[in-house]
Design a protein around this ligand. Structure first.
Ligand code: FAD
Length: 339
């Protein structure tokens, strides 16, 4: 959003707690066009992918960083029903741009458990979200557009159509606060089902896997330097910020059931975060129904890397060009959204 405002020459100020726990700090940033148990195309993926790639490539060029990494993706069928479902998807023309070859059992990488075969998913990538956000934070801090502190909702006041926060005045305030939403007095009653996720970064000097994202029961992302990211758990009942022994065991069990050789894994890090997820798995965008000038961009759930560029574009077009929001993301889809 800030990048879009900057490009349009609209002045803005960011207030955010850069050191606070946040989902982006632990996310692998995977963009996967075919997801879920039913192997369906991710919502709006054909629109999301080109905007995401363009946005990340522009940021790379502007700041001289590498954040967007296209990667081949292999998903392993777990049972015969999976393989049958895949056959149906492959015959469906809607899937022609995202599904590649089927690799029968026994013809894939010998180190990987493979009883039902695997298939290629095209258009996958991973985005280095911590580097992206830290780069933008440092840019806006240098330009004095970023105040690094917890946002105190009681200090946001409105008078004569303007919003003031200490000495900052603004016509509009856009809340992009992930799970911080539950503390927000204006938007905090929106339907929200945060989900904790844990992930491991492992080292294994003796394991060499091609740089492909492997989706078995969990996904494994080899970084190419004998480091591997394993993800992720999904838990709506425990929203504590810390990683847990149960999460580590679930991830290790998944990796050990997928990688055939016995590996002496070293755990480099074990991270946890809370995804800002909604009951209908769609983002939360739009204007507050009664408080003019207040907006929200949230609900990116498990898919912030693919969703954020297009969703910020949609909200920008809505605020500054009066383009109506798609009903599927507009908070007006809920009855009495902010009561
Ligand atoms: C284990 C795990 C793995 C994941 N893997 C992927 C993946 O592979 N691909 C993918 O696309 N997504 C993944 N996600 C989801 C992804 O992290 C989120 O979709 C994305 O980070 C949401 O972005 P956000 O900006 O809405 O929230 P966040 O990333 O949580 O950021 C919210 C920001 O708001 C700030 N903030 C909140 N409240 C306040 C306040 N009161 N005052 C000041 N600042 C405040 C926080 O400090 C933070 O900087 C994963 C998440 C987890 C937990």
């Amino acid at each position: 959003m800030a990048r879009r405002l900057e490009a349009a020459g609209i002045s803005f100020h960011l207030i955010g707690d850069c050191a606070a726990p946040a989902a982006y700090k632990v996310a692998a940033g995977v963009i996967n066009p075919v997801t879920g148990r039913w192997m369906t195309k991710s919502w709006e993926i054909d629109q999301l992918l080109p905007v995401a790639e363009k946005t990340y490539r522009e940021i790379e060029a502007t700041f001289g960083i590498e954040i967007y990494h296209p990667i081949s993706l292999l998903r392993y069928c777990q049972n015969a029903a999976d393989a049958k479902r895949l056959g149906r998807r492959m015959r469906n023309p809607r899937y022609a741009n995202v599904l590649g070859r089927y690799i029968p059992p026994g013809e894939g990488h010998p180190d990987l458990e493979d009883t039902q075969g695997s298939f290629e998913i095209q258009g996958a990538a991973y985005v280095n979200l911590p580097l992206l956000i830290e780069t933008l934070q440092s840019h806006y801090r240098t330009g004095s557009q970023l105040t690094d502190q917890p946002f105190d909702y009681t200090r946001l006041k409105t008078t004569s159509g303007l919003w003031t926060y200490d000495n900052i005045q603004a016509q509009r305030v856009v809340f992009c606060e992930g799970v911080g939403l539950s503390q927000n007095p204006w938007f905090g009653s929106l339907p929200f089902t945060p989900a904790k996720g844990e992930t491991l970064i492992l080292q294994a000097d003796q394991l060499n896997l091609p740089e492909t994202l492997y989706h078995h029961k969990k996904w494994i992302l080899p970084y190419g330097d004998h480091r591997f990211r394993i993800g992720a758990t999904y838990d709506e009942s425990d929203l504590s910020p810390e990683p847990t022994p149960a999460g580590r065991a679930e991830l290790m069990q998944a990796v050990e059931s997928f990688i055939r050789p016995k590996i002496d894994w070293q755990i480099e890090s074990h991270l946890a975060g809370i995804r800002p997820t909604t009951p209908d798995a769609k983002p939360l965008l739009g204007a507050h129904p009664t408080e003019a000038g207040l907006y929200i961009l949230n609900g990116l759930g498990s898919k912030g890397a693919s969703l954020a560029p297009l969703m910020s574009d949609w909200l920008f077009q809505h605020i500054y060009k009066d383009v109506p929001l798609s009903e599927s993301v507009d908070i007006q889809r809920f009855e009495s959204p902010c009561d």
